[in-house]
Write a protein that binds this ligand. Structure first.
Ligand code: IVH
Length: 672
């Protein structure tokens, strides 16, 4: 009897998965919604009566429990780089010429794809099972969003049978997004329920993926296209085109608009055609991505610090609108830098109402001869702050007024502002300037820092104005009764804010360190410090200048800045108060980060299966040091083909030489 039920459960599971594949990957659905729901309900009811037969990968198990303690950080096995941009056709041209020159050939084959305006994700499958899904994060470390990604029916929990068995480990990169139609429906629903609307489909997708409770994500309709591989073990694929068809064969949605391209003419035609079709494509795209097809050529081309040389994102023209500059005002940031901002006659650009645009600095104002009352073109692309791209001189009215920042004081504390040496920017030096304090609190709450939803510029200003907060740690002493009596707050919003503040306490080292606003310590450096300090603030605060300077990626300026920050009793007090108020720093999990500690490698020559950078990255992730020159401290020389003088030097110093095969087994051994 049990085996019959087991069989029935398997049959229903297979049928549901098959239909998901037909629907999301092949775009050929064959069941109606009602038929699909019936299968699902039948499976649910069988599992309800036979709970011992429920498989973790069953379609009914996609929506799990809320996660309680914030998002766990994980390092990516292969970093998730970004793409460099081509902003016009000439730059696409330049890209192909660079590639041909580098590869010393006359032409190269490419694949062109739409650049989807969503958020990058890494899906990790081990022996065919989805084990983890991570956000891109800073490219090196991402947040664990498995509980939410599992709710997306288009993401298989188990990969489909392909001709070969599934790789032991594979990182698949793709883009999560929301269809334009699903975004509109979501906002309609939110408006009926008096909830805040999402500004665009990208924000809606990002907000959905960053939920603690997967039940919320499951209600949002998210989609995915997969487009790259990270690390994979046991897979033999030589080109992007083959990789895309492999992804499809194992059940992952791949963009049907991807196309093989051989000439620059076809490339430009593809880009123009896509821009032309942009509005009729059911999801938001902001350009095309052009990628070298052949993997061997890709590895010859290698990578820059943040982007591969073998691909480029060709952006569409940014959207702009004509407007008039009504005034020019100054804004003070948390570091005291004073930025001129144009207040403009409100205009709509791709769904957002724009009423101000940055003017960057006085040099920019002078260069473009921007004056109050001028007519101008305001430009907005993606999430970037709108800017004035040019003045319409033909329309210049008689009453324009020139603007000179030097004749102004700090708009917040009225102190004299002075030009920063060697830079175009002006700064307010007053330590107790309220705008600076406000800026540092806004920064602390912002998305990439403590991510306190609902604590935007206006609320921070209101809380400071009501004397409820003067510094960062005061946020954690706010209570419901403080808020509910304020204008703009009601029971629900006061509760939401207190909850958001409490939720933010469960955080990570990079977020907290970045949030502190230590000069010169951005998100990237915070991640580097996380590795070095093993997620311990205590370790960071007691590191010496020498300790800090010795960290790869941390220079003297950053090291001095950190020491200066922790030398200040008030900064130390702030951190102490945050921790006493319940801020909890979760440890980042690094895969195998210690196994090659204190072992120094040098890499030389070229390799079949790895890029040099990749070897460096993989070794460093295991705690090894990778030096650029052979010395008596070197333990191993990793030698590829066409190695130069380093091999001779290593032999002379009796240093062990390992080839690519040995390296692979060393890396594998350490992985197991
Ligand atoms: S390839 C190393 N292909 O654009 C290159 N990225 O600016 C890996 N994106 O972080 C990315 N559509 O989130 C690639 N067809 C596509 C893409 C795409 C959108 C996003 C991705 C990436 C960002 C780079």
């Amino acid at each position: 009897m049990e085996s019959k039920i087991k069989e029935k459960i398997k049959h229903l599971t297979d049928k549901i998965n098959e239909h998901n594949y037909a629907y999301y990957v092949l775009d050929q659905p064959y069941l109606s919604d009602a038929e699909y729901d019936n299968l699902f309900r039948e499976l649910e009811s069988l599992e309800k009566d036979n709970s011992e037969l429920i498989q973790p990968s069953s379609p009914t198990q996609r929506v799990g429990h809320p996660i309680k303690s914030g998002f766990q950080n994980y390092s990516h096995d292969t970093p998730m780089l970004s793409l460099s941009n081509a902003i016009n056709e000439q730059e696409i041209h330049d890209f192909t010429q660079r590639i041909n020159k580098w590869l010393e050939q006359e032409s190269t084959s490419y694949i062109a794809e739409p650049k989807i305006d969503g958020l990058g994700v890494s899906l990790i499958y081990e022996s065919g099972n989805l084990v983890r899904a991570l956000t891109r994060g800073d490219g090196y470390t991402g947040e664990d969003i498995t509980h939410n990604i599992k709710t997306i029916n288009a993401v298989p929990m188990v990969l489909r049978d392909s001709k070969n068995s599934h790789p032991e480990f594979i990182e698949i990169r793709g883009e999560i997004f929301m269809l334009k139609s699903d975004f509109i429906k979501l906002n309609q629903m939110r408006s009926q329920e008096d909830e805040k609307l999402f500004a665009n489909a990208r924000n809606a997708a990002a907000g959905s993926v960053r939920q603690l409770d997967p039940h919320v994500t499951a209600k949002r309709k998210l989609s995915i296209f997969c487009y790259e591989l990270g690390t994979s073990k046991g897979l033999d694929i030589n080109s992007h085109w083959d990789m895309l068809s492999y992804l499809k064969s194992i059940g992952l949605p791949v963009n049907p608009l991807a196309k093989k391209i051989d000439t620059i003419g076809d490339m430009i035609a593809y880009h123009r055609d896509l821009e032309h079709k942009r509005e009729s494509i059911p999801y938001e795209i902001d350009g095309s991505v052009i990628k070298v097809d052949n993997y061997l050529l890709r590895s010859n081309l290698g990578e820059r610090a943040r982007s591969p040389r073998w691909a480029i994102a060709a952006k569409f023209k940014s959207k702009d609108a004509e407007t008039q500059i009504l005034d020019i005002v100054l804004q003070v940031g948390r570091t005291g830098v004073v930025t001129p901002v144009a207040k403009i006659k409100e205009v709509e650009i791709s769904g957002a109402m724009i009423s101000s645009a940055t003017l960057h600095n006085q040099d920019e104002i002078d260069k473009k001869d921007i004056r109050i009352n001028d007519y101008a073109i305001v430009q907005r692309s993606g999430d970037v702050i709108p800017k004035i791209s040019k003045i319409i001189l033909k329309k210049r009215p008689k009453n324009t007024v020139k603007f000179n920042i030097a004749s102004h004081n700090c708009p917040s504390c009225q102190s004299i502002i002075s030009r920063i040496e060697g830079e175009a920017a002006y700064r307010c030096e007053n330590l107790s300037c309220k705008a600076k304090l406000q800026g540092s609190i806004e920064h602390f709450c912002s998305k990439n820092a403590m991510n306190i939803d609902g604590l935007g510029v206006q609320i921070v200003e209101q809380l400071m104005h009501s004397n409820l907060i003067q510094k960062i740690d005061d946020l954690f002493n706010l209570s419901y009764s403080d808020l509910v009596i304020l204008d703009r707050f009601q029971e629900k919003s006061a509760n939401n804010l207190i909850n958001a503040i409490n939720e933010s306490k469960d955080t990570t080292f990079p977020r907290f360190v970045f949030a502190l606003g230590i000069p010169n310590v951005g998100q990237h450096i915070s991640k580097i410090l996380d590795i070095h300090c093993e997620s311990s603030i205590k370790k960071l605060s007691t590191s010496s200048l020498e300790d800090l300077e010795a960290i790869d990626g941390v220079g003297l300026i950053v090291a001095k800045s950190i020491i200066g920050f922790f030398n200040s009793p008030s900064n130390r007090e702030t951190i102490k108060n945050c921790l006493n108020s319940g801020v909890k720093i979760n440890k980042t999990v690094f895969r195998n980060s210690k196994e090659l500690k204190d072992v120094t490698f040098v890499i030389t020559g070229s390799f079949k299966n790895y890029k040099r950078n990749q070897i460096k990255e993989l070794l460093e992730r295991k705690g090894a040091k990778v030096a650029s020159a052979i010395s008596s401290k070197t333990n191993f020389l990793v030698m590829g083909e066409n190695a130069g003088s380093k091999a001779d030097k290593a032999q002379a110093l009796n240093i062990k030489i390992i080839n690519e095969n040995k390296l692979s087994s060393l890396l594998d051994e350490q992985n197991s």
